[in-house]
Design a protein around this ligand. Structure first.
Ligand code: GTP
Ligand code: MG
Length: 200
């Protein structure tokens, strides 16, 4: 995909605040600090568009980015960070599950896991929920630059087994540092955008 323009649209904390458009949306979801914002920047080839941080829990709203004036990328707040106050954890659930359940223009949900670790309980719960809602989704195992080829192969196999992913294409190893996996993720995004635009 050739990126001709990227633009931060807004941060939304509630449904009333979502951008009022029906542009197709690709949302990025995963544990706190797993690398969601870095993945967005890496896919778009723009440093610092989505704010990244080594402190978990950086992103606490839904952040909408307009790409090529044609679709949105949505950076969702990370889950599973125990040290955030309970009220925030609860509002996370509400903000994110409302978005996932209600946003009709959502065409693809990218779930991000850490390639170094086995998927967490929350990763698995989320996956189950997505499957039950029949949302089109793709899993990206990021930070692959931190592993040797062998370890990566082994870990992807393990993640595939525990997430119950079917077919080769379902878990893509990625590195925001080297760009490894970029083509494959874009292919999945393009496909989802095409499907969403076909009549019927
Ligand atoms: P929250 O918004 O807090 O939920 O975090 P996030 O999931 O958006 O993570 P973010 O992109 O801010 O990245 C967290 C940390 O991981 C940062 O220090 C990044 O530089 C680092 N990181 C992200 N992706 C990669 C990667 O592919 N390789 C390496 N080596 N580091 C990465
Ligand atoms: Mg973030």
């Amino acid at each position: 995909m050739k990126i001709t323009s990227t633009e931060f649209v807004k941060s939304s904390f509630s449904e009333q605040d979502w951008p009022r458009t029906n542009l197709p949306e690709v949302a990025f979801l995963g544990r706190s600090n797993v690398g969601k914002s870095s993945l967005i920047n890496s896919l778009l080839g723009v440093k610092g568009l989505a704010r990244t941080s080594s402190t978990p829990g950086r992103t606490q709203a839904l952040n909408f980015f307009l790409v090529n004036r044609r679709y949105h990328f949505v950076d969702l707040p990370g889950y599973g960070y125990a040290r955030v106050p309970r009220a925030i954890r609860e509002s996370w659930g509400e903000i994110v599950t409302t978005y996932l359940a209600k946003r009709e223009s959502l065409v693809l949900l990218i779930q991000i896991v850490d390639s170094r670790h086995e998927p967490t309980k929350l990763d698995l719960q989320l996956r189950e929920w997505l499957t039950s809602y029949a949302k089109p989704h793709l899993t990206v195992a990021t930070k692959s630059d931190k592993l040797s080829q062998n370890e990566l192969r082994k870990n992807i196999g393990r993640a595939r087994a525990s997430l119950g992913a079917q077919g080769e294409g379902e878990i893509v190893a990625y590195s925001a540092v080297t760009g490894h996996g970029r083509e494959r993720v874009w292919r999945a995004i393009e496909e989802a955008l095409t499907v969403s635009q076909s009549p019927n």
